[in-house]
Design a protein around this ligand. Sequence first.
Ligand SMILES: Nc1nc2c(ncn2[C@@H]2O[C@H](COP(=O)(O)OP(=O)(O)O)[C@@H](O)[C@H]2O)c(=O)[nH]1
Ligand SMILES: [Mg+2]
Length: 392
Amino acid sequence: MFSRIKVLLIIGFCALIFVSTRLLVSRSSLDFRSIPLTSYLSDTDTNFNSMPPASPAPTRAKAAIVALVRNSDLKGMRSTVRQIEDRFNHKFNYPYIFLNDQPFTDEFKHGISFVTNSEVRYGTLNASDWNLPDHMDPAKVELALEKNKHRYIYGGSLSYRFMCRFQSGLFFDHPLLQDLEYYWRIEPDVDYYCDIDYDPFLFMKENGYRYGFTIAPLEWKKTVETLWPTTLRWIQQNPHHLPDKSMIDWVVDNNGDYNMCHFWSNFEIVDLSLYRSEAYRSYFDYLDKSGGFFYERWGDAPVHSIAASMFLSRDEIHWFEDIGYNHPGNMHCPRPQELNLRCICDSTKSYTYRSHCQRRFAEVKDISKFDALQKVHARLGLSPPPPPPPYQ
Ligand SMILES: Nc1nc2c(ncn2[C@@H]2O[C@H](COP(=O)(O)OP(=O)(O)O)[C@@H](O)[C@H]2O)c(=O)[nH]1
Ligand SMILES: [Mg+2]
């Protein structure tokens, strides 16, 4: 009798488990089949991610990872973001800001939502940020594109010129960047090879660095034929904007001309107060009015670099040797073993240890404002600038 009750109890228990398992399975498969993928997506721009938001690191800088990007760059941008997350941001959860001259598609936002848990903000540019400014002559621009289309890469591209002008002088005023003190620029299809276990934004802040780079190549001379003469004229007319000392020699050769050295701005970590300063705004405005972003094809990299060298001292510019990085064309991989062990790249293939501009960066010394002005006047064939006031 007792063992019959036992058998009945066991059968009942098994039946209960069987029924509840079936219920669970059918429920989850029902959920899976009946809810379309799109219903996981919120309709706000910033919260497309179906995963719970990441919690921010306890102390963070006012900073974000920023890219100007096209919808068609989704695949390359997913690759970059995934690497940034794996190497660095899964620990820090800095927000991303994506800017575009076109509205971002749901496909782009959806694709990005799977590669980061951090907040993502999407912004579209104003029409005036992506158009010929009023002072430009459209017919002359058309002629310039025609003339240069086979002379150098992107020589015939108007959109590339809009991009360079925007990245040179406008991006830092976009409303989505208003509350940022620092930004880290990223691009689609770049590679990050090394673990970054610290916060580069706080590192910059704590050490007084205002510009950070990884690779410093030479610019194509034909794209910037009048950039330096225009810069010299601006300096001569605006000596009050030069600081007491600067690293300007890094971009000047023995004849007083531009030596084509620049920080490759597809990676840069910058204290945005540099670009938002009165001096930088005045410089950009002068360059913009001269028309060279369109009549030539001035890149944002030489513009940022000349400005950083002209407005900052050597100890305000930092080479992130530890950040192994590749953008199609050039690669940096740290050579010192204690850095390389954190990376998955081959330092013998690194461009940076062969780079002329990199060596120059290692050796360059600050010069005084008076010495800088003297060089500018000499190059322009003008009488020397007035001497500095006597030491008080
Ligand atoms: N929204 C938008 N982004 C662009 C456009 N052209 C270039 N970009 C972005 O600007 C950055 C630099 O462009 P890229 O093609 O990589 O130029 P390169 O690195 O000089 O060869 C990348 O992040 C691109 O996605 C454009 O027409 N529209
Ligand atoms: Mg690029």
